[in-house]
Ligand binder design. Sequence first.
Ligand code: NG6
Ligand code: CA
Length: 516
Amino acid sequence: IKSIIDIGIISSILLLLPSCSSQEQAKEEAMQTSDKPNIVIFYVDDLGYGDLGAYGATAVKTPNVDALAHNGIRFTDAHSSAATCTPSRYSLLTGEQAFRNKRARILPGDAPLLIDVNQPTLPKMLKKVGYKTAVVGKWHLGLGDGFVDWNKAVKPGPLEIGFDYSFLLPATGDRVPSVYLENHHVVNLSQDDPLYVNYKHKIGNRPTGYENPELVRQTPDEGHNKTIVNGISRMGWMACGKSAEWIDEDFYQVFTDKANDFITANKEQPFFLFFPFHDIHVPRLPHKMFQGQTDMGPRGDAIVQMDWITGQIVNQLKKYNLLDNTIILFTSDNGAVLNDGYEDQAEELLGEHKPNGIYKGGKYSAHEAGTRVPTIIHYPNRVKPGVSDALMTQVDIYASLANYLNIPLENQEAIDSQVLTDAWFNAQEPGRDFIIQQSVGLALRMGSWKYITPANENRMKRKAAIKERKNIDIGAKPTAQLYNLTKDPSEQIDLAARMPEKVAELAQLLAKEKAR
Ligand code: NG6
Ligand code: CA
């Protein structure tokens, strides 16, 4: 009898055991997951301060992004570190101001990888504590270490600087090669039709915008009139590689699917998804589904497309019950621009819409609209919804995530990055004391004040060119400029001549920061 009882006890213990330990395991996993939230960075291209419903736009509807703003913190004074794409991306991924690296400027499509493979990066740091990392979208940080043969393994690239997976537009939508790159390889490239790229002179016999203007769907400026792909002439020449060509109107689905597949594959463990959109950069060619959704033509419709993509990815997080434990950072790499290489009626159809809100300048500019961009943090597990006027910069994403995840930084790692998690998670907390804004020159914001460095002759020439072609004031003057943004947010009154001491104080702080 005893032995029967024993067997009974043992077997019930045995029966109990697996469920017990699986409960333990589930608890442990849950703790791990809440320890390590997923991280998704939505990085829109050229989205201006006034381009979203949540930031006052009425001519375009952005319900998906607005929902993130409504349920998270919407920042009113948050900045990309630069007024153009490559330097902003560089700062975000390295925690270092881009002016420290002389090569961190807008790159051509055949530029070598900008970030050194030995340099610390945000994805490398996250990998140290077990994150799976991916970049899906526009890269524009260079590839390879000199000449790239697109028919072989293209490296070093994202995989060598900390991403486990990459699916890219290698440079931008307006630059060749107009093909997708998945990890090290051009997608769908046929061995019989190898792909060549040149930025100095014409190669191959494909039509170009300057030779066959009748073949293009949008009239280019002279920077964008080289090889025609999908009816759009690009920057640079591309020969052969026909089978691999992208169709711009498919971007919305292709990138959404790749991002969502990555989420599905990693739903059981912490992941970092860096999602740099092509939208709303030129050429603006939203899919039919979005065409005509606004009265603003392709630029407005591209904003709607961007919003839709955001919604699809957020839905994927919801589907797996991951949304509450995901830190979503939604922002842009620089301010808005209307004409940036193609005639797509962005200016003519603008109506009352204010792409940069009340701010002066735009993409390329040292004025506020160069870097003051929509910025939203959504993280239901920690963030109480609100609106924050804390001064913020994307350079701080690196150290803030490190701090939140208890990852110690090395001595020379992310040297410009500060911990701003208090402000990330609480709209009442203050932001930074000062920020540096990089454009063709540098500017510094501190308290109410904004200081812009004096411009040299080159910068003055660039100012004239950008004013003429893009109708943007890049904020270059031969003398220093000073504005009081509390009283004069639109930078109308230059106080530099009246307040030389303030100018000197801010110039000194900037010089000290540069010398670090
Ligand atoms: C500029 C291009 C512009 C755009 C920009 C990059 C000219 C005159 N302008 O050089 O069209 O491609 O580079 O934009 O060629 S960014 O958002 O990636 O920085
Ligand atoms: Ca950009």
